[in-house]
Structure formats: C-alpha cells, structure tokens
Design a protein around this ligand. Structure first.
Ligand SMILES: Nc1nc2c(c(=O)[nH]1)N[C@H]1C(S)=C(S)[C@@H](COP(=O)(O)OP(=O)(O)OC[C@H]3O[C@@H](n4cnc5c(N)ncnc54)[C@H](O)[C@@H]3O)O[C@H]1N2
Ligand code: MOO
Length: 453
C-alpha cells in the first residue's frame, strides 16, 4: 500500500481544518489566509456552455470551497454537548486538564503501602479505592491497599501482594528488594490541572471521550454537525414489499441517512416528495438545513424537476454535471450564502457516486473534519475506462491489492454492498497492477467515521 501524501500535503490538510475551525468560532474575524488554502469565497466559474460538466477532482474541490464560504457566511457557533454526543465531532476548544491526573497519590497495585524498610507491622484495616485520606503510616508500618486507593501520608513504597509474605506473628516481609517510591503513582504524573492535553481540531474518538472524562469534563465544545434534509423524488417508489406494476423499492431512503451521518451530518428529515414540482419547491424553500440532498430528477426527463426548481428559486449552480461514471448528472447549487443543495442522480450507484463526490467534501469541511488521506493500491484486474470521464468502481481489498467487483452498473447496489472501497479509475481505464486511488467506505475503515446512529 502506498500513501502518496507528502509532508507538505499533510500540513495543508491540517491548516484546512484549522481554517474551518476559525470559521465556527464565535465572533471570529475573517479566516486566516493559509498558504495553498482557498479562503476566497467559492469562485463560481460560469459553466462552459460546451463542456459544463466539471472534471471529478475539480467537482470535489468546488464542493469543499463552497462549504468554506458557507461556514464563513454562517459563522457557525461551537456547541457544548454531553460527552457521548461528541463522538465523531471535532473539538472546537482545546482540551485542558481540569484536574491533576492522578488527582491524588495512588497505588498502582494491590498489596501493601509500607513505610520504611521491612519487616512491617500490618494494620488491621485496609485502604480501598474511593475512600477518604487514610491515616498516616509510621515507620515500620504497612497497610493493605487496593489498586487506585489513596496512598497514606509518609508511605515510602507499595509492595505488590505477590511480593510479600506474613510470618506467624503477622509481620510482613518483602520477598524481593523494595525500591523507594515503587508502584506509587504520584499526583499529577500524567498532567497538572490546566495542562494542554489536546488541540482544537482533534476528532473526538472514544479514547478522547475517555481522556476528557478522566480530566473532569462533563461536556465538550465541538463543531456542530451540519444539518441535512433529504428529499427523495420519484412517483415510482415503494417503501415496503415487493416491486409490482412498474413500481420499485426506494433504495435511497434507507441508504442515505446512515451514510450521511457517517460523513458527519445530522439528518433531520427524510421526505418522499414524489414527482411533484410544487412540493419540491416548497420543501427546498422552507428547509433551513445547511444542506438539502435530493435524489432523482436530475436529468432532463419530463418529471425531472430539480433543475427547473433551482432556476425558480434563483439558486446558483456551482457544479452542473461531473465527468464521472456513474453519476454524471449530479449537481451542487448554492441556495443561500450558507445553504447548499446536492442533487444526487436517481440510479442508486450513481447516487453513491454523487454522495462521495459532492456531499462528502462539503459535509467534511462544514464539520471541520480532516480530509481522509488519499492512498493507492494496485488493481488486481483490468478495469475498462470511460473515454473522457473518471469511473468509480466498487472493489474489495485483498492483501496488497484491490479486486474490482462485478455488478457495478449505475442502477446496481450489489457490487457496492460487498465492497470495501471505490477505485477511482482514470479516463481510459486501468491495467492489471496499476496503482489506483481508493475511496474507503466508512464501514470498511471501521474508523470513527462510523457514527451511524
Ligand atoms: N436523455 C438522457 N437520459 C438520461 C441521461 C442522460 O444523460 N440523457 N442520464 C442517465 C443517467 S446516467 C442517470 S444516472 C439518470 C439520472 O436520472 P435522474 O437523476 O433524473 O433520476 P430518475 O430519472 O428520477 O431515476 C433514474 C433511475 O433511478 C431510479 N430511482 C430513482 N430514485 C430511486 C430510489 N430512491 N431508489 C431506487 N431507485 C431509484 C428510477 O426509478 C430510475 O430507474 O438519468 C439517465 N437518463
Ligand atoms: O451517470 Mo448515470 O449515473 O450512469 O447512471
């Protein structure tokens, strides 16, 4: 596996997260310029009437720039949430210790706290974790102690239970050398109150939640999840049972919300609009989400209402078609300065392509998450290419390579449902063994991105 990211690229990504965070800070000034960053408002390049579709990498870059401009316009305010609700979100304030850790001198082992050299007289009553300060030890005295219990004042060492024996008179003897201070965790060993533990921009992983709790936090200040409304278009869609009479099951209603959540979004509503232009217009104009995602209706058929609705609302098309297969009719529009719409094509794999091409960079940037590091693997088999467009092809990762899957047609989910990643196949196709960029699927990485609930 090769990871082509250079140090410079990595630094640029870090700065991008910082920049995004600067945009969510309350009363923050204009975002700092970053070398190589794009902090100018998303430049809307008027679509070239002859080649309106954007190249695939350019479409992703436009979605990211659009999110930066939206974050700036909205001045998104950090929110304070209970620890468990912070999982997968980005810290909008540094994590500083609210306490010393450990907050008192504590025993690292079960055994005896001892004072001075042995043998020791053992007190009757032991010391357990979670109890008040135990009485001071005098030289030649020992007391039973549990891991995590407070060390009595004047203790010189902790003797592990397996390293001591008591004689017939009840006196404790060490069975190996006792080193001064052994197995005592002194107060503040890990940090002192006020110490800087984690910087702004850190992803709240389970380990971060644990550290925050240990350091005294009940809540964390994080970048809020971007809010998304999903509008599922199409009169032909059924929500249950078997397809019949030309009607088919809606595959996107069940698939998109958890996938959007894995991309960092809060999905507020999923509405089935049918092929009703008025209902679509109403839903788009009344939404106050950061992002409206529509499915279907992006092409030029008689009931494809997305383009006419965008024209009617005066939205600005930032991406009108992408040179990628499947999914080329996907689009991105600015509804308001701080509100966007991603139009996903109706064919289910084409919708996945639109999700990863446009919604992923947009949501990631709004959520101030770092871009996943790009990586490549050799393809085991050749993949036919489109003559001019990028192809996204489901693959499984096996050993040091990626195996392209069948059933990768635009209307099929059979390939992607078995896949670990999508291979980014350049125009013209790929030979067997060709190093190819991969986009991981959130469940395959098993990472923190998996926040389906
Ligand atoms: N004359 C042309 N026709 C089409 C073109 C084109 O370039 N010129 N592009 C084709 C491509 S490629 C795609 S992709 C689709 C995109 O169409 P729409 O976004 O307008 O989607 P629909 O027409 O509404 O549906 C397409 C297809 O997907 C099915 N569908 C829709 N929603 C769902 C859903 N929620 N779950 C499962 N399946 C869904 C729908 O029944 C259609 O079969 O346009 C081509 N046409
Ligand atoms: O681009 Mo369409 O998405 O091929 O099916």
């Amino acid at each position: 596996m090769t990871s082509p990211g250079t140090r410079d690229e990595a630094e640029t990504e870090d700065l991008d997260v910082e920049e995004a965070l600067a945009l969510v800070r309350e009363n923050s000034g204009p975002a700092r310029r970053v070398p190589g960053g794009h902090d100018a408002p998303a430049p809307h390049r008027p679509a070239d009437p002859h080649h309106p579709a954007a190249p695939w990498p350019e479409a992703r870059a436009r979605a990211e720039r659009a999110a930066r401009a939206a974050a700036r316009a909205a001045r998104r305010t950090p929110v304070s949430v209970p620890l468990d609700a912070a999982l997968g979100l980005t810290l909008a304030a540094p994590l500083a210790a609210l306490t010393d850790l450990p907050s008192f001198d504590t025993s690292a082992m079960d055994g005896w706290a001892v004072a001075g050299p042995g043998p020791w007289a053992v007190r009757d009553e032991g010391v357990l974790a979670g109890h008040a300060v135990p009485a001071r030890l005098t030289d030649g005295e020992a007391v039973r102690i549990a891991t995590g219990a407070r060390i009595p004042p004047d203790t010189t060492a902790v003797l592990r239970s397996e390293h001591g024996r008591t004689d017939e008179r009840g006196r404790l003897h060490p069975t190996r050398e006792v080193v001064h201070g052994q197995d005592i965790r002194p107060r503040g060993q890990e940090c002192r109150s006020g110490d800087h533990l984690l910087p702004v921009g850190t992803l709240a992983t389970p380990a971060v939640l644990g550290l925050a709790a240990a350091a005294g936090y009940d809540t964390l200040t994080v970048v809020p999840r971007p809010r998304v409304d999903v509008l599922v278009l199409g009169d032909e869609l059924l929500t249950e049972g078997l397809p019949h009479d030309g009607l088919i099951r809606d595959a996107l209603g069940p698939m998109l919300p958890p996938w959007l959540r894995a991309l960092g979004a809060e999905v507020r509503t999923v509405r089935r609009i049918g092929d009703d232009a008025e209902a679509l217009h109403r839903a788009v104009t009344t939404s106050d989400a950061d992002l409206v995602v529509t499915t279907g209706g992006t092409a030029a058929g008689p009931v494809d209402h997305v383009h006419p609705t965008l024209r009617r609302t005066g939205a600005e098309l930032l991406v009108d078609g992408v040179r990628v297969r499947p999914g080329h009719p996907m689009l991105l529009a600015r509804l308001k300065d701080d509100q966007h719409l991603v139009g996903l094509p109706g064919n289910p794999l084409a919708a996945v392509s639109g999700l990863l091409t446009l919604a992923e960079p947009l949501l990631r940037t709004l959520a101030a998450r770092p871009a996943p590091e790009t990586y490549t693997l050799p393809l085991r088999d050749a993949v036919h290419g489109h003559p001019h467009d990028t192809r996204l092809v489901p693959v499984v990762l096996r050993g040091e390579g990626a195996v392209p899957l069948r059933y990768n047609g635009p209307a099929m989910l059979r390939g992607i449902a078995a896949a670990d990643a999508l291979a980014v196949v350049p125009p013209g196709g790929a030979r067997p063994g060709q190093e190819t960029e991969l986009l991981d699927l959130p469940w395959a990485t098993g990472g923190i991105g998996v926040c389906f609930t």
